[in-house]
Design a protein around this ligand. Structure first.
Ligand code: ATP
Ligand code: MG
Length: 768
């Protein structure tokens, strides 16, 4: 997963060694990247697409600054947004010989400062971090006598987070939500009440949450000039990667860190904005020049990461994007040799999709691709399990957690102790370093061949094997520089890596959410579960939310260097109804599909066209009523009585009977409640069997689908669904409504963006 191409000069063995001086740092850069790397003074803004070397440019810029003596490593702070991305930054900086530079998430940088300054600035001990926010929000809601379902709790928690990063206090929430054009998850006054009680609850318990860490750091820096002064004298140079995802609160913190100084370098890609739902905004990136007219703005367009085939799909996706970020899209130009075309596969059900994916992974491994160079990316964490199972069934190693915690694993700590002991004993011999390390680690369970399966035992083995591989690479790197290597050198290297959290690549297929994959890359990427409802996720309702989902797919596609597989399943479980459709985002891009009508794309599932009434065919029974005329009153009565059947998504007039029943074109996106559809389906089979009737006599597929999409709340709404005639309402109404009222614990996809990638590494050590 780590940057593949050597950053510094390469030894005859193909191992990168750190550059010796500032000029060597620049050797691996193209002219624009070099412009970034050498602009050490004054604000710099890099606007560039995925894989164009933004992260490479900023890490080289820091290394160039360090090697040329302009920057002291301890005075540089590089920040990004996820723990994985921070780990990636640290790894790259170390490879470039820029040890000692702090590369952190905003959160972990703020937390360190807050912990360090708390006793002086506030006094006493810093409060504990709240670890189960959802539970606290549920409690706050209960105190307000509001009972929340799982999805409602998720939405409300997200809304409170949004309030905090946009610095909206409870009293201002109703006005702020209006002003921001946001859709409140429930009555704004209620949200404000729960938010206020949640804050009170935290105060009562003496705990703070994730957002409070940033808010309190900002408050301390604003109130205490001496503290601000100390932080500013420590950090002189700031770099922000993935700047398109900065929130107003993080921006405020950044401004406080910086003070009046110009030493800031930001890089980002508006087309990869994927955290808007948490209050992040690309406007800080896009308006950087306006805020700092003296800034140097550099654009990069050469894509070094992906083959022309992958880039073509990425450009195609961007070509269909709408909205402000889309105006800033940058067409990518691949610099790599051609590779295989992206492959699209439709499976019958999810287990089949997972099994098919695992088999393809096995083929890739057999063809020589390393497991650590393969990733399976999904929209929600709930999708992971079936892939874990499928990989385990084939005995393929995988990893869920980020490599950043490598040095805290028990087996790695044990291995460190053993290696330290062996180094002290000074076991000199003719063996290579790799052989020595292998021999020592045999005592903690390293066998020549990996154990079968892919559970904890295999994970342990892979950690130990990673330490051997690292030893081999380390030795080769030093040999290239004309140095010999003792075991004690390797132990020192491991200590330095542990301090910098620079984990080696552990073999294992990465399973991660699309959000967590940001900034990373693999040779082969599997984008799975690409169905309507998953991508865009069912609760992405506004056109803007749908655009963010499209960008998420763009992020996924651009993670692949060479092999890209895209797949979806027609139904969730084997034998279940096959109501799922592939994501609309691939329409016109995957073979055999034409572009969707522009109106539908722009509006998304919630793009209501109710007030558009195209002339043309009328629904059954309307005859030529529209042509009759008879004054405005009559026309409006006729309109009420004889509404034309138009697609509620794109507004097209519907001719086909099934489409009329559905209330939308067959290929327009559905807001299908899949869990409900499955329950209705099973219920219908059961009823039909009992009544000894064919299933369609109970309800046709189209009617079931229409019910699952409309999710009627009472008999009147149910009766309004075409196909639910009086007799059926009497006979089945109660059953259907009770199924519609059931919460669907299984299907509710959990938003990965809220918790996981933002739950960054929490470090406890004080500011140095
Ligand atoms: P993202 O938008 O996904 O964060 P990025 O713009 O930060 O991407 P990098 O991760 O820095 O891109 O670079 C993508 C890949 O291209 C890396 O493997 C990097 O080593 C390689 N690369 C970048 N620039 C060059 C270059 N000038 N020569 C060779 N390889 C390069
Ligand atoms: Mg990057």
């Amino acid at each position: 997963m780590q940057e593949q191409l050597p950053t510094g000069p390469t030894s005859p063995l193909g191992v990168a060694r750190p550059p010796r001086d500032a000029d060597e740092v620049l050797a691996g850069l193209d002219p624009e990247q070099r412009e970034v790397a050498t602009a050490l003074h004054g604000p710099v803004c890099v606007l560039a697409g995925a894989g164009t070397g933004k992260t490479r440019a900023i890490t080289h810029r820091i290394a160039y600054g360090v090697h040329s003596g302009v920057m002291q490593p301890q005075q540089v702070l590089a920040v990004t947004f996820t723990a994985r991305a921070a780990g990636e930054l640290r790894g790259r900086l170390r490879q470039l010989g820029a040890e000692g530079v702090q590369a952190r998430t905003f959160h972990s940088a703020a937390l360190r400062q807050l912990q360090f300054f708390w006793p002086r600035a506030i006094g006493g001990e810093m409060p504990r971090l709240l670890d189960r926010k959802g539970q606290a929000v549920a409690e706050a809601a209960a105190r307000c006598r509001i009972r929340l379902e799982r999805t409602e709790l998720r939405d409300l928690t997200g809304e409170i987070e949004w309030c905090k990063v946009t610095q909206t206090v409870p009293e201002d929430y109703p006005a702020a939500v209006l002003g921001a054009g946001r859709e409140a998850p429930r009555d704004p006054a209620e949200v404000a009440r729960v938010y206020a009680v949640y804050e009170q609850l935290k105060r009562e318990r003496g705990v703070i949450d994730f957002e409070d860490v940033l808010l309190l750091t900002v408050a301390v820096l604003e109130d205490r000039a001496d503290v601000a002064e100390q932080v500013r004298s420590q950090y002189q140079h700031f770099t922000v990667d993935e700047y398109q995802d900065v929130s107003p609160l993080q921006q405020r913190l950044l401004d406080l860190w910086l003070g009046e100084r110009p030493n800031i370098c930001v890089v980002g890609d508006a087309s990869q904005t994927i955290y808007s739902f948490t209050g992040a905004s690309p406007r800080f990136l896009l308006d950087f020049r306006a805020r700092r007219p003296e800034a140097r703005v550099v654009k990069l367009i050469r894509d070094y990461r992906s083959t022309p085939q992958v880039v073509h799909l990425a450009n195609g996706l961007l070509g269909q994007a709408q909205g402000r970020t889309a105006q800033h899209r940058l067409e990518l130009v691949s610099q790599r040799e051609p590779g295989p075309e992206p492959r699209y596969t439709e499976y019958q059900d999810e287990p089949a999709e997972a099994e098919g994916t695992a088999k393809r992974i096995r083929e890739l491994l057999a063809s020589g691709v390393r497991a650590s160079e393969i990733a399976v990316l999904f929209r929600t964490n709930g999708q992971s399990e079936v892939y874990e199972q499928a990989l385990a069934d084939l005995g393929l190693p995988y990893r869920l957690r980020g490599a950043e915690r490598f040095f805290e694993r028990q087996e790695v700590r044990e291995a460190g102790l053993m290696l330290r002991g062996a180094a002290r004993a000074g076991s000199e011999g003719t063996e290579t370093l790799g052989e020595q390390v292998r021999a020592v680690l045999a005592s903690v369970g390293l066998t020549p061949e990996p154990p079968g399966g892919s559970g904890a035992v295999r994970e342990r083995w892979e950690s130990l094997a990673a330490l051997v591989r690292l030893a081999e690479e380390y030795e080769a790197g030093r040999a290239a520089a004309g140095m010999s290597t003792a075991l004690s050198d390797y132990v020192a290297e491991l200590d330095a890596r542990a301090a910098a959290q620079h984990a080696p690549a552990v073999e294992g297929v990465t399973l991660a959410s699309l959000h967590a994959a940001k900034g990373l890359e693999w040779d082969a990427v599997f984008l799975v579960g690409l169905t309507e409802g998953m991508l865009p996720i069912s609760y992405a309702r506004t056109a803007e939310q749908v655009e963010e989902e499209r960008r998420l797919l763009y992020v996924g596609v651009t993670r692949a260097r060479e092999h890209l597989f895209l797949s979806w399943a027609q139904s969730r479980s084997p034998g279940g109804p096959r109501g799922r459709r592939p994501t609309r985002f691939l329409d016109g891009l995957r073979p055999g599909t034409g572009p969707r009508a522009a109106g539908a794309r722009a509006a998304g599932p919630a793009g209501s066209t109710a007030d558009r009434e195209p002339a043309g065919a009328w629904d059954a029974g309307s005859g030529g009523a529209a042509a009759e005329g008879g004054g405005p009153a009559r026309t409006s009565r006729l309109r009420r009585e004889f509404r034309p059947a138009v697609c509620r998504v794109c507004g097209r007039t519907l001719g086909d009977a099934v489409e009329r029943k559905l209330g939308r074109c067959a290929d327009c996106p559905a807001e299908l409640d899949e869990g409900l559809y499955e329950r209705l389906w099973k219920w219908r089979e059961d009823r039909a069997r009992k009544q000894k009737l064919p299933s369609y006599c109970v309800f046709t597929d189209a009617t079931l689908l229409a019910i699952a999409e409309a999710r009627p709340a009472g008999p009147a709404e149910l009766a309004g669904i075409p196909g639910v005639v009086r007799a059926k309402l009497d006979k089945y109404g109660a059953d259907v409504l009770s199924l519609c009222g059931e919460p669907d614990a299984q299907t509710d996809p959990v938003e990965t963006g809220v918790g996981e990638p933002r739950s960054e590494t929490v470090e406890k050590s004080p500011e140095k």
